[in-house]
Design a protein. Sequence first.
Length: 163
Amino acid sequence: MNVVIREFRPDDITAALTVWNEVVEDGIAFPQTEILTEDSGMEFFMSQSFTEVAVDTLTNKTLGLYILHPNNVGRCGHICNASYAVSGELRGNGIGRAIVSHSMEIGKSLGFKILQFNAVVSTNKPALKLYESLGFVRLGVIPDGFLMKSGKYCDIIPHYHIL
């Protein structure tokens, strides 16, 4: 695998939707419940400060993607937020680490000072391990802050990293 992370292009929409919607459908990590269509997906990805895709240049397969945008406005507009999606069949191969690290660089280059995650689900052990290894700081626990697809509530753990 030869992974390149590059800016999202309109011709990436079908592959990007496949990866993004897989995470939404799993119902264990993203707060969204609605599946993106080609139209809503294009609008969503293009409305972000940055949308990047991780592509295997040998197969031209989209492996993952991320979105980056302000976490808030005005006096808190220097804090960004990001969401990451990696194809289920490829998790555990370093793609998540690559796109999180890339988003930190891009966030800093866009003038953001902090990257904050509002809702890391406590059962998402690979993400928690990754964020810890990259130096993210846990801000505490919000009990029952996430409704799993199963109907069970799980804690969420906000994180931040100074860029």
